[in-house]
Design a protein around this ligand. Structure first.
Ligand code: NG1
Ligand code: ZN
Length: 549
């Protein structure tokens, strides 16, 4: 069987590539201004179908979203059969194919790709796709559908949905009717599975205070609404920033990224949030989660991904012990260099901790090496993975006391509550609520697990970020030569100082992160290092941002 060249050619001509643009499949797929992505979407439809054929007709996911980015941006990423991120080697193929400049070139490159990747075209192609609430979404999905149709894929439209639900659907579809069945392959199946587990875990826990949820004016608002229908007798979710109609509202002065970057309350929450009450923010596609509360002096206190990891890991360790399984099941943590030094210190005194490069796929893969792997990025993206062996132990373990039996049941219910395919703000939110209810913690007790070191994240716009190369899980620069030594020299002058520089995988900037004992010092260190980065790339001294000291 060969490629339907004519159909692809005819449809492809309706989706020309903008001549001057170069696209890259980065950490989060293709992501850039939504109105430039038409040709990419068409090609991604074909690539997704080929990926499915390559994997014997397994269902592949396509998610159209730009997550926490502003509304004019959009993006697309592929989801592999178990709900995980696209295999790394295909990122390069996708980039090459997306940059072919004419339909003829595209078709030729496709034929060559099918040969070299040994794709059996007689296999079926199955794809499920969804999008967030961005206004550019429908047109981009239409282009994607053109690609899927041209190659003859069996395609299923999951509609407007969160990124984690799309990942769930992929895994549920591919495991249906097998011993690894993940759940019913519908959104309803997702909501039912997670809310049922939540209800079991909080059975007997009365009086959980209502939780304010900032939906970032995005698709998470729907998910909050759906969960509310199912769990409101146990937990009342109070949605704010659930405006899906005002242009420009998405992620604007709200959402998880705003909270993490600005380290303050979204202004829209000020009138809503009472002293001591906990609240949380989702991002635009509901895969990131940040918690926070106002302390007794009405100061904003942030409970980020690191704090979520600490809370959840301690809870699971306790349950494992109470179930009598501490010799058989160990819990490990995966972080990135952005993890707060306070959290790394606290966690490594208790558990194995591994630091990996930024990007969910690195965290996910490292977490798979533990019996129970807890991974979170500081920005609130993360989940918990239970290995196949752990699931087997949980299924076979014979508890010897009622207390052991209760703890075992709780762990089993956690495996159902947690979306193990990818970080999921809603599943994580319910997980946090379970732990808080079990521990009788308010934000204050949770916050006091350890003290965050003051820190600052700064972006530097440079001529070419690709000259920045790192090693040691991105904690050290190897290029440009000599720059790391200059950074070290600066860092030494600050108490508890730590700083690192890496090129962003999702934006055309270099990121600088710095920590120090006091906030003003962390800010100063960050801006000094940013100044070094700016100078290094030959920036015009007159344009040097004034903030850079
Ligand atoms: P980049 O742009 O490579 O720093 C950002 C986040 C990552 C990850 C990706 C994917 C920070 C500092 N970086 O990556 O953690 O979430 O986006 O969305 O938060
Ligand atoms: Zn996101």
């Amino acid at each position: 069987m060969s490629l339907p060249i004519q159909a692809i050619q005819a449809a492809g001509d309706r989706h020309p590539k903008p001549a001057h643009l170069r696209f890259q499949y980065g950490t989060a797929g293709f992501r850039t201004l939504g109105n430039t992505l038409d040709s990419v979407m068409f090609k991604v439809g074909i690539i997704a179908a080929l990926r499915s054929k390559k994997l014997d007709g397994k269902t592949i996911g396509v998610m159209v979203t730009a997550s926490h980015n502003p509304e004019p941006d959009n993006g697309v990423k592929l989801v592999d059969p178990r709900g995980e991120m696209l295999e790394a080697s295909w990122e390069g193929y996708a980039t090459t194919l997306a940059n072919t400049s004419t339909t003829e070139e595209f078709v030729e490159a496709l034929a060559e790709f099918v040969r070299s990747a040994k794709i059996d075209l007689s296999k079926p192609a199955r794809v499920v796709y969804g999008r967030d609430t961005r206004p550019s979404g429908p047109a981009l999905v239409a282009a994607l559908e053109d690609g899927l149709h041209a190659i003859g894929a069996e395609a299923r439209d999951a509609g407007v949905t969160t990124t984690p639900i799309l990942h769930y659907l992929v895994r549920a579809t591919n495991t249906k009717g097998t011993k690894d069945a993940y759940g019913e392959d519908t959104s309803e199946g997702y909501y039912d599975k997670i809310s049922a587990a939540f209800k079991k875990l909080v059975a007997g826990k009365a009086g959980i205070p209502p939780l304010v949820v900032d939906c970032a004016n995005g698709v998470g608002a729907y998910a909050v609404e759906e969960f509310s229908k199912l769990i409101s007798d146990k937990l009342q979710l109070v949605p704010v920033n659930a405006d899906l109609t005002t242009p420009g509202a998405l992620n604007n002065a709200c959402g998880a990224d705003f909270v993490k970057t600005m380290q303050r309350l979204p202004p829209s929450l000020s009138p809503v949030l009472k002293t001591g009450q906990r609240a949380c923010s989702l991002d635009g596609d509901a895969d990131r989660l940040m918690y926070y509360y106002l302390d007794d002096r009405d100061q904003f206190r942030m409970l980020d991904g690191d704090k979520i990891a600490a809370l959840v890991a301690a809870f699971i360790v306790e349950l494992v012990k109470n179930a009598g399984l501490e010799d058989e099941i160990s819990v490990g943590i995966v972080q990135t260099a952005y993890a707060n030094g306070g959290s790394t210190k606290y966690l490594s005194q208790r558990l194995p901790v591994k630091c990996v490069s930024t990007g969910v796929k690195h965290l996910h893969h490292a977490a798979e090496h533990y019996d129970v792997g807890v991974y979170f990025e500081a920005n609130g993206h993360g989940t918990v993975l239970f290995s196949a062996e752990t699931n087997k132990i949980l299924a076979e373990h014979q508890p010897s006391t009622p207390a052991q039996s209760t703890a075992l049941n709780h762990i089993v219910n956690l495996t159902q509550l947690i979306n193990q395919t990818v970080g999921d703000a809603l599943s994580d939110l319910l997980l946090v609520e379970v732990v808080l209810a079990h521990k009788s913690y308010s934000g204050v007790e949770w916050d006091s697990l350890y003290v965050d070191l003051p820190n600052r994240l700064v972006k530097v716009v440079v001529a070419d970020r690709h000259i920045f190369k790192t090693e040691d899980a991105e904690r050290r620069l190897v290029s440009p030569a000599g720059l790391q030594e200059k950074i070290n020299e600066l860092v030494r002058r600050y108490e508890a100082g730590r700083a690192f520089v890496r090129p962003s995988g999702t934006e055309d900037v270099v990121r600088v992160y710095a920590e120090a004992m006091v906030k003003s010092q962390a800010d100063e260190l960050a801006f000094r290092v940013a100044g070094l980065v700016y100078d290094e790339t030959g920036g015009d001294p007159a344009q040097r941002p004034a903030e850079f000291l």
